[in-house]
Each structure stands twice: as C-alpha cells, then as structure tokens.
Design a protein around this ligand. Structure first.
Ligand code: XBP
Ligand code: MG
Length: 272
C-alpha cells in the first residue's frame, strides 16, 4: 500500500479523506427499470427480434459496460463480422433512450444516498464517482440528483466513467484514476459498491469497500467486502461479520468508524 509522499505510512490513525461511489445499483437502482428497458427499446428501434427479460439481463450484467454486454449477446446469437459495429450502433441508441429515463420521474436516488453524501461533505470528506457507465448519461444523472460546486456541476470532486478508462471493472483503473484526481491514497479512502465486479475493482485498487447490495445482487455473497448491508437507511439486513453499528444506517460517522476499524485491524483493503 503506497502512502502519499510526505505522509505517514497507512495505519490505525490514517484518516478517511474520501469516499468513492459506484453509480448503477449503488447511487440509484438503474438496471432493471432503466438500462434493461432502454436496451430492449434499442433492439426494437433497430428492428431486431431480441428482447432481454429480467433474469437474462441479470446474467448478462456479469459483463460490465453496455456496449461489451451487447457484443457478447450478439456473438451468442450468431453474429460475427457485424457484431462490433452493430453493438456500437445499438449502444448509441440505448444511451440516448437511457438519457430520457435519467430525466424522467422514474430516475431517483436510493433512499439515504443524498443524506450520506451531504453528511460526508459536511464532515470534510471528499466524495467521488467511479463507474462503468457512459459519461453521456452519468453526468446528467449526477447533475440532476446531486448538483453542486464540484466537477461537472455536481457535488463530486472527481467523476470517472466508462469512457475515461481503458479497462472496465473489475479492473481497478476507475478507482485508481479517482484516487489520483483526488490526491488521496487508497488507505485514506473507502469505496461504496453494489456488485461483485465493482467490489473486485475497489479491492484490486486497494480500497476497503462497503457493499450496499442492489435489486440484482441482494442474495449474493461478497467475500472481500469490509461490510455488506441491504440499505443505507436504518433497519436493513447486515451480512454476517458486518459491524452492528451499520444497522443504524450508513452515515458519514458510520463510514468513518468502518474505515478506522479496517485500519486498526490492519486488514488489507478487503477481507478474503
Ligand atoms: C454498471 C454497468 C454499466 C450499466 C450500463 O456500471 O456495468 O455498463 O449496466 O451502462 P456501474 P452503459 O455499476 O459500475 O456504475 O450502457 O452506459 O455501460
Ligand atoms: Mg454498480
């Protein structure tokens, strides 16, 4: 774990200086009622006989990045030479359709997210985003729901999208880029994620990670997470091994305590 030049080696007293949030499933439940609908509308707009149901989309989510997800599916349906170009065309249409969803009243933050982000900022802890999603809809979503003086008219001090990296999650690139933009070491930060690829990306970047499981991932286990809860608000379920104080809600103070606990236990970023 490399600490910043001139800063003490990471240890129990390392402060929490930033929290990096995933978007899809973490800040907002976007997949089942948003992205999936947009993908199916894009198939119809291109007169293709394809339609993903909720269960099939849940399997396809193991491929991060909507364009890559489309390409994987087209190849599985026998497309060869046209798979790349068709995936690009379909994803362009889907992204335009999803931007409409972002601006509709169906686009909302998960309960408790706005309060957590505000609490972190009030505590002087920077917030950032590291997502696989496309910048074309990520920025409008963040501006709409979390506007502020940070980057791109949002509250976030850094925003890294799928368009800003060469390698998508579970590769750590998005998190490493967010940390570099923040000028914060992994030991001084926490990640908040909803899925296994996102957790892997955070842990691979050296960050401790809280998982707030989402619609598609509620029943999964998340080895390597510091803690796993179902909700930001009080009363959610806690996975075994999750500190009991998180039953009172995911607050800025709870994240400070979770980070301190992970540092003092000398745990690597994520538990195996
Ligand atoms: C989730 C993803 C994205 C979305 C679709 O991103 O893997 O691909 O499913 O968005 P994250 P795009 O959880 O990292 O926010 O079609 O724009 O990729
Ligand atoms: Mg996600």
């Amino acid at each position: 774990m490399t600490s910043r030049p001139g800063r003490p080696e990471p240890g129990p007293s390392t402060p929490l200086r930033a929290v990096v949030f995933d978007v899809d499933g973490t800040l907002a439940e976007t997949e089942r009622d948003g992205h999936l609908v947009a993908f199916n509308e894009a198939f119809a707009a291109h007169l293709l006989p394809y339609r993903w149901d909720v269960a099939e989309y849940g399997v396809l989510l193991s491929t991060t990045g909507g364009r890559a997800r489309l390409r994987r599916y087209l190849l599985s349906r026998g497309h060869t030479d046209d798979a790349d170009a068709l995936a690009t065309e379909l994803h362009r249409t889907k992204t335009e359709l999803f931007r409409e969803w972002v601006h509709s009243d169906r686009s909302v933050l998960r309960p408790g997210v706005a309060e957590l982000v505000e609490g972190l900022r009030a505590a002087g802890i920077a917030v950032a985003v590291a997502t696989t999603g496309s910048r074309a809809w990520v920025l409008p979503l963040l501006r709409r729901h979390l506007p502020g003086p940070g980057r791109f008219g949002t509250v976030f001090a850094a925003v890294v999208t799928g368009d800003d990296v060469e390698h998508l999650k579970p590769d750590p690139e998005a998190y490493l880029s967010a940390l570099a933009q923040l000028g914060v070491s992994a030991a001084e930060a926490l990640a908040v994620e909803d899925s296994a690829p996102g957790l892997a990306a955070a842990v691979n970047a050296g960050l401790g990670c809280l998982v707030v499981s989402s619609e598609y991932n509620r029943r999964q286990v998340f080895p390597g997470a510091l803690a796993v809860v179902t909700d930001y608000e009080p009363g959610g379920e806690l996975a075994p091994g999750t500190p009991p104080f998180l039953a009172d809600g995911v607050t800025a103070q709870a994240l400070v305590a979770l980070h301190r606990g992970s540092r003092s236990a000398g745990e690597p970023a994520g538990r195996g």
